[in-house]
Ligand binder design. Structure first.
Ligand code: PRP
Length: 212
């Protein structure tokens, strides 16, 4: 009897790239999975022991860390922000390419390297703190959960640290990238204990992703 595996998948834009990946691998979730209007959170697949949960990308790391999910897909940004010895990065899936960057408004003449104290809005407080500490910069980090690009406009801060993909959001909000902090792609991450207790099932699943 195969042991049950729960795979955590992030909601949002990444789904466009995940759909063809899952189909290449041969994982077919129940049809509700592709219905964006559906409020369902757990989904059966064509593998009787494999279930998929759809959650926010930041939460994938938490679910895999605490063993609520055995395996998950999340960006390098999330892995770095929530780094833990309870989960391992197993495989670079080479999808969801983007970057985490420091940005400011086009007309802002401030230089973050020479300023005494800067204020930065971001979802990524840990990565940001580490980045500024490494560069010897005094920074006050303001934690926001989304729509970060509005913060400089409303004078909350001069700089933001956020994801840049096409660059459209920065452009439409009159902002420019100052410096890239991290190159991002999505990874398969696995719970440390599940790798031991469900070794056969986990290895088989990882192999499927690896060979796709
Ligand atoms: C992300 C990110 C940026 C945007 C960048 O936001 O936070 O705002 O995408 O992408 P672009 O360079 O292609 O414009 P998302 O749409 O995931 O929503 P959020 O604001 O709730 O984080």
């Amino acid at each position: 009897m195969m042991k049950k595996i729960i795979l955590a998948i992030p909601k949002g834009r990444i789904m466009q790239e995940l759909e063809p990946l899952l189909s290449r691998i041969g994982i077919i979730p129940e049809s509700e999975f592709f219905n964006e209007k559906s409020r369902k959170l757990t989904f059966k697949t064509n593998f009787s022991n494999l279930e998929i949960v759809k959650i926010r990308s930041f939460d994938v790391a938490s679910f895999v860390k605490f063993g609520g999910a055995d395996i998950g897909i999340c960006g390098k940004d999330v892995i770095e922000e929530f780094s833990s010895s309870e989960f391992y990065s197993i495989l670079d899936l080479k999808i969801g390419k983007c970057r985490l960057s420091l940005a400011k408004e086009k007309n802002c003449e401030k230089n973050f390297l020479t300023l005494e104290n800067i204020r930065v809005a971001t979802k990524y407080t840990k990565i940001s703190q580490e980045y500024f500490a490494k560069n010897g910069i005094q920074a006050e980090i303001i934690k926001l959960n989304g729509s970060i690009e509005i913060a400089p406009k409303l004078k909350l801060c001069d700089f933001i640290i956020d994801l840049v993909s096409s660059g459209q959001t920065l452009q439409e909000n009159n902002m420019i990238e100052v410096e890239k902090i991290l190159d991002i792609t999505s990874y398969l991450i696995a719970n440390r204990t599940s790798l031991k207790t469900k070794n056969f099932e986990m290895t088989e699943l990882i192999k499927m992703f690896d060979e796709s």
